[in-house]
Design a protein around this ligand. Structure first.
Ligand SMILES: *Cc1c(COP(=O)(O)O)cnc(C)c1O
Length: 386
């Protein structure tokens, strides 16, 4: 039997055993509505409070600045639409980047239809936004800057602290989509001057369908989901208690292991990059060293179709991704790879491999070997049929 190697942690992760254990009581005995007053409900209310506290601690926020959402996409939609609508008396201009997740880009497109103006900042060849560009794009109508912490395709990490201080000085609200960064690199919303921050539990070994939006006290954001008074009357709907409990456990574990795991993944990442760049006709996409997420590898192969490569890898038990999972299936080359200036055929011959908690050195060696064989096979076949 061939081995199973999961190299797609940026798409989603499995849950850690401890996370599943933490969730179990809320699937069975403790099903009570957190808004009710009897014992099984007090237990669920306590689980929510505890999870909120753990999340707040991890990013150096106060517990009452953390609001649960149904995932990263909802947090992003809420941050953008809620902020735009609540602050439209101050201006209609929003600044973001060309490499954001679609939850941001499509929210911006929607806001443009409502009359907001959006500047999409370019990035350099490593996928990094120039801080001076942010400064220059600000006008007296700018109400919001939304720049992702770390990119989901190429792993590039932005100068969040510098951008945050620019925005704070100009009294412009600063949101960051930190879905790829939370649990993987240190985040401090206070020292980084972050006003709004999105996260999603399933990117750090928690359950899917649950996330959070950090909103700094005093920032004006309209509600996205109207209804009951849950989440201090800011986000209606009976809470997803078991997922919230799991998310809290997952972030606690990620925080505990962060330094060690960062070092381990950085080593494995660099070993894999080195191995893959040994194959002729290859190019690394994204930044190197500290400016790259610990577990992210993104490589382009000349004269190779990424989707064919993925299928060959799948037949050897390797799960990876070409472009981002959200746009896989669509024939369009990834907007992120286009934004770093990659030619279309190199963009279509790109592979994203994202390492994580269960990845071993053997997995990395095996994957490099299989990719080399697959790339040679595809290129050989091409020659034969020409
Ligand atoms: C996964 C992801 C999202 C969307 O999160 P969901 O929980 O899947 O809705 C948003 N932004 C980034 C950067 C992501 O990686």
């Amino acid at each position: 039997m061939s081995r199973e190697v999961y190299m797609d942690h940026a798409a989603t992760t499995y849950m850690k055993e401890e996370v599943i254990e933490e969730m179990k009581p809320y699937l069975t005995d403790y099903f009570g509505n957190p808004s009710s007053i009897y014992k099984i409900s007090r237990k669920t209310k306590m689980a929510i409070d505890e999870s909120r506290m753990r999340i707040a601690q991890t990013i150096n926020a106060n517990a009452d600045e953390v609001y649960f959402t149904a995932g990263g996409s909802e947090a992003d939609n809420w941050a953008l639409k809620g902020t735009a609508l609540a602050n439209k008396d101050r201006g209609n201009h929003i600044i973001t980047t060309a490499i954001e997740h679609h939850a941001i880009l499509h929210s911006c497109k929607y806001l443009e239809k409502l009359g907001f103006e959006v500047t999409y900042l370019p990035v350099n060849e490593f996928g990094i936004v120039n801080v001076e560009d942010v400064k220059k794009a600000i006008t007296n109508k700018t109400i919001l800057v939304s720049i992702m912490f770390a990119n989901n395709e190429i792993g590039s990490i932005q100068s969040i602290e510098q951008i945050g201080s620019i925005c704070r000085n100009k009294k412009i609200i600063f949101h960051t989509d930190a879905v790829q960064a939370v649990g993987s690199v240190p985040i401090d919303v206070k020292s980084m001057n972050i006003d709004l921050l999105s996260m999603a539990s399933h990117k750090f070994y928690g359950p899917k369908g649950i996330g959070a939006l950090y909103m700094r006290k005093g920032i004006k954001v309209d509600n996205l989901i109207h209804g009951g008074a849950q989440e201090r009357a800011k986000r209606a709907g009976t809470e997803n208690v078991m997922a919230i409990a799991g998310m809290g456990k997952a972030i606690e574990l990620a925080e505990q292991n962060m330094n060690e795991e960062r070092k381990r993944l950085t080593y494995l990442r660099d070993k894999m990059i080195k191995g893959l760049l040994n194959i002729p006709g290859t190019k690394l996409n994204g930044a190197e060293g500290e400016n790259r997420l610990p577990g992210n590898v993104n490589i382009s192969f000349e004269s190779v179709d990424g989707d064919t490569l993925l299928m060959l890898l799948d037949s050897e038990g390797i799960c990876a991704s070409s472009g981002s999972a959200c746009s896989a299936g669509a024939l369009e080359p990834s907007h992120v790879l286009m934004a770093i200036g990659l030619k279309e055929d190199l963009a279509k011959g790109s592979l994203r491999l994202t390492l994580g908690y269960k990845t071993t050195e053997e997995d990395v060696d095996y994957t490099v070997k299989i990719i080399e064989e697959a790339v040679n096979k595809i290129r050989d076949n091409k020659k034969k049929w020409k």
